[in-house]
Write a protein that binds this ligand. Structure first.
Ligand code: ADP
Ligand code: GN1
Ligand code: MG
Length: 409
């Protein structure tokens, strides 16, 4: 890693990270307290401790528990004793099946977080130790540790006194979360050093995702097509929508931006005290993209009235008040750089990206659940159904959504 690392124990203490004990009820996800763990314990504690101690933390390892609701990486909350006081960090095993080149991915993250820290340090009233992810280096000063089995591990400073939520509970949350993502795009507009690595090529390329779905339907290797007939038909009926954004990009009409590419609501930390979107997290897919990808994924998750995997589809709809709040918030951060071609396509981007993610869930269901973590049978099918119900709701609300965008642009 470049530069001299700041000893982590100093940061933990100076920034008050040591104030919150693990049982203090802070840093909860809305799904429950630290003890709630939808993810299984995938690694034994001995392994987690051995890995954790590879990082520059001058404290005593106490415990590690599975943490959060991410679908991709293995995330653990680690508790330490630093100078006799409790402190937390986030330890992650990077999913190297999904991310084929973790060293490239970590290069991106170091560049992005370094740039954000530089900006925050130069802006009064901001706290660079809390408003961006901070990678804790290994003892040999690398951004990741590779274990004997070839797994890639990293350690982050724990963003204290903030939560992630899986469902937006009010317009203020939608506004603050989307503003954080809009600001994030704005702050990265002048990232020096050339193009970031493509950590997952063609990540939001809807026609390619469609092709993969069609291949899976054709093979039907798990004999699941019959159970998903309705959802497959829904996708086929929406095929024309798939190329709307990619056509604009390929015809040179849509500007390239550095985008987050995974802007669902639980990838931004909401400050417990101020309610602000304090820190954008999950930077694995930050790469060159299109502003519409990020807006579209926010429309998929922030105005949704249900969880992403809700089984009762009557509960799934787009709340226009939340959509208005998210549009206002995003534009507050992004208005300064967005072009008219981008603002003109904000509403349709919601449908296209929701379709893209729905196609991915459905494809994974047909392939036997090989990509997204699942916690029950048919989980990916349930998730796909929610996406398609959201698209129907967006189709019904199109006029109202257009009016909202007009109001704020
Ligand atoms: P995934 O890629 O699997 O989604 P994330 O990086 O999003 O993994 O992490 C999963 C969850 O862990 C997040 O939704 C959040 O609740 C929590 N989390 C991740 N990083 C931090 C952090 N630095 N501080 C506090 N919580 C975090
Ligand atoms: C995954 O990593 P996580 O859980 O924040 C996925 C996104 C999907 C999302 C759906 C690298 O996000 O693309 O939109 O699930 N991330 C990756 O919830 O595939
Ligand atoms: Mg995540």
């Amino acid at each position: 890693m470049g530069g001299v690392p700041i000893p982590i124990e100093i940061r933990l203490i100076e920034e008050g990270y040591n104030q919150a004990g693990i049982s203090g009820g802070k840093g909860l996800t809305t799904s429950g307290a630290f003890s709630y763990s939808p993810s299984p314990m995938l690694h034994d504690k001995k392994t987690l401790q051995a890995v954790g101690e590879q990082f520059q933390i001058s404290g005593t390892w106490v415990d590690a528990v599975p943490y959060g609701n991410g679908h991709i990486n293995d995330t653990y909350l680690v508790q330490w004793q630093v100078n006799g006081k409790p402190a937390n960090t986030i330890q992650q095993r990077i999913n190297h099946v999904v991310f084929k080149n973790p060293p490239h991915l970590m290069d991106n993250i170091i560049r992005v977080t370094g740039h954000l820290q530089g900006k925050l340090n130069g802006t009064p009233g901001h706290n660079a130790n809390r408003e961006t992810l901070i990678v804790i280096p290994t003892r040999s000063n690398h951004s990741y540790f590779q274990d004997a089995d070839g797994n890639y591990w990293r350690m982050y400073v724990f963003v204290q006194d903030a939560i992630t939520v899986d469902v937006c509970s009010n317009p203020v949350q939608a506004f603050e979360a989307s503003k954080a993502f809009g600001n994030f795009q704005a702050q990265l507009a002048d990232l020096p050093g050339g193009r970031l690595h493509d950590t997952i090529p063609y990540f939001h390329h809807t026609p390619r995702r469609f092709q993969t779905l069609e291949d899976a339907i054709q093979k039907d290797s798990c004999n699941r097509c019959a159970a998903a007939r309705k959802e497959i038909d829904f996708c086929l009926a929406h095929r024309p929508m798939a190329s709307i954004i990619t056509n604009l990009i390929e015809n040179g009409h849509m500007p390239e931006r550095i985008t987050h590419n995974d802007t669902k609501i639980n990838n931004v930390m909401i400050d417990n005290r101020t309610g602000q979107g304090v820190c954008v997290i999950d930077l694995d897919t930050v790469m060159t993209g299109c502003a519409l990808y990020d807006f579209g994924d926010m429309v998929r998750t922030m105005p949704a009235t249900s969880e992403e995997d809700e089984r009762d589809l009557n509960k799934v709809t787009l709340d226009i008040g939340l959509f208005e709040a998210l549009t206002r918030g995003y534009l507050e951060g992004a208005r300064s750089f967005l072009s008219s071609i981008e603002t003109e396509h904000l509403v349709v981007a919601g449908r296209v990206i929701t379709l893209t993610i729905g196609i991915r869930f459905l494809t994974d269901y047909l392939l036997g659940d090989v990509y997204f973590k699942i916690h029950r049978p048919d989980h990916n099918l349930d998730r796909a159904r929610v996406q398609f119900k959201m698209i129907e709701s967006m189709e019904q609300s199109e006029t109202a959504m257009n009016a909202v965008v007009q109001k704020y642009t």
